[in-house]
Design a protein around this ligand. Structure first.
Ligand code: GTP
Ligand code: MG
Length: 313
């Protein structure tokens, strides 16, 4: 049923992409330049961006070399090329060899960080791990309250200080509390400020150092939350962050309600960082580990009867 949520959230993208693909492939047309040009337009409509262009170039080259002879050949090859661009499947959150696993969540304003912290907490709880959250976004009082509300609903402890407190000091308290209480996973929420990049760099750098000092090796995961509705623009945001902190993965939030799901392929490829989780709604359960195979199934397979069943094993 988890897969059904992903399918559902990719509905808009699929209508553009898979709808276009089935029209094109369904006609059983002869493979020629015009066919490939139409395929290019379909990939463009699905916001595949640079990855789509590169994929089409590859298909054109293989067509010229007579490696692709029919539209069915193209269909299979298209999927294989996109699959290769999405990289290996990364298993769940890395775990610290001993002591708490620390997950630092970063991203620009409003990308979905705090909601993703709640979703990650729920995800970890489901596998029986104890969780604690830390409110390092001390920039606004409302940000601390928002995380506190989630913590209460999910019944996880929260470490917080007053608004305006030094985020690194909150991170220190969080790490200490997690150690003392033997918490499995410590999830750190941060403020999103792109416009003051230097401050952001210093602040995140300091938070990282404090965590590492208290819990050697921490943070074990630094996850960048990207708003999927920004499509290709998310790449630009991510590039800025990769210069600020070493990232271990991307959480793609708001995949529901965007027709730009195809951008995932370019995001993955351009950043060289795996997409680890997808946010598919506003509730803590609206979250799932990102699986490239399932993503491609949901993206490329035409709706129709598959819309009802989830096709998952
Ligand atoms: N539909 C949908 N909405 C989401 C998703 N994730 C977050 N949101 C919504 O996006 C808005 C911003 O989410 P937050 O989690 O507060 O974002 P943030 O990055 O913490 O924001 P700041 O702390 O202000 O930088 C909220 O209204 C969330 O409910 C998602 O996967 N799907
Ligand atoms: Mg927030």
């Amino acid at each position: 049923m988890i897969f059904a949520r992903l399918r559902e959230s990719l509905r808009n993208t699929r209508e553009k992409l898979a709808g276009g693909l089935s029209r094109l492939f369904g006609l059983k047309r002869e493979l020629d330049d015009a066919f490939l040009a139409e395929l290019e337009a379909v990939l463009f409509a699905g916001d595949l961006g640079p990855a789509g262009r590169a994929t089409i170039e590859q298909l054109r080259a293989e067509y010229r070399e007579r490696k692709l002879k029919s539209s069915d050949d193209v269909r299979a090859r298209l999927r294989a090329l996109l699959r290769a661009r999405l990289g290996a499947t990364v298993p769940d959150l890395r775990r610290a060899a001993s002591g708490p696993t620390v997950v630092l969540v970063v991203g620009v304003n409003g990308s979905g960080k705090t909601t993703s912290v709640a979703k990650l907490a729920k995800h970890c709880q489901r596998s029986g791990r104890t969780v604690m959250v830390v409110a390092c976004d001390t920039f606004r009082a409302a940000a601390v309250e928002q995380l506190a509300t989630w913590a209460e609903r999910l019944d996880v402890p929260i470490v917080r200080k007053e608004a305006g407190a030094d985020p690194a000091a909150v991170a220190f308290d969080g790490a200490e509390a997690a150690l003392l209480q033997g918490i499995d996973v410590l999830i750190v929420d941060t403020a999103g400020r792109l416009h003051t990049r230097d401050d952001l760099m210093q602040e995140l750098g300091k938070v990282r150092r404090v965590l590492d000092k208290k819990i050697p090796g921490a943070p074990h995961e630094t996850l960048l939350v990207l708003d999927a509705t920004t499509g290709q623009n998310a790449i630009r945001q991510a590039e800025v962050f990769t210069q600020v902190v070493p990232l271990t993965g991307v959480i793609l939030a708001k995949l529901d309600g965007t027709a730009k799901g195809g951008a995932v392929v370019s995001i993955r490829e351009r950043l060289g960082i795996p997409v680890r989780f997808a946010g598919v709604g506003e509730k803590p359960d609206d979250f799932e580990p990102f699986d490239p195979e399932r993503f491609l199934d949901a993206l490329l397979e035409d709706g129709g009867t598959a819309e009802q069943g989830d096709g998952a094993p």
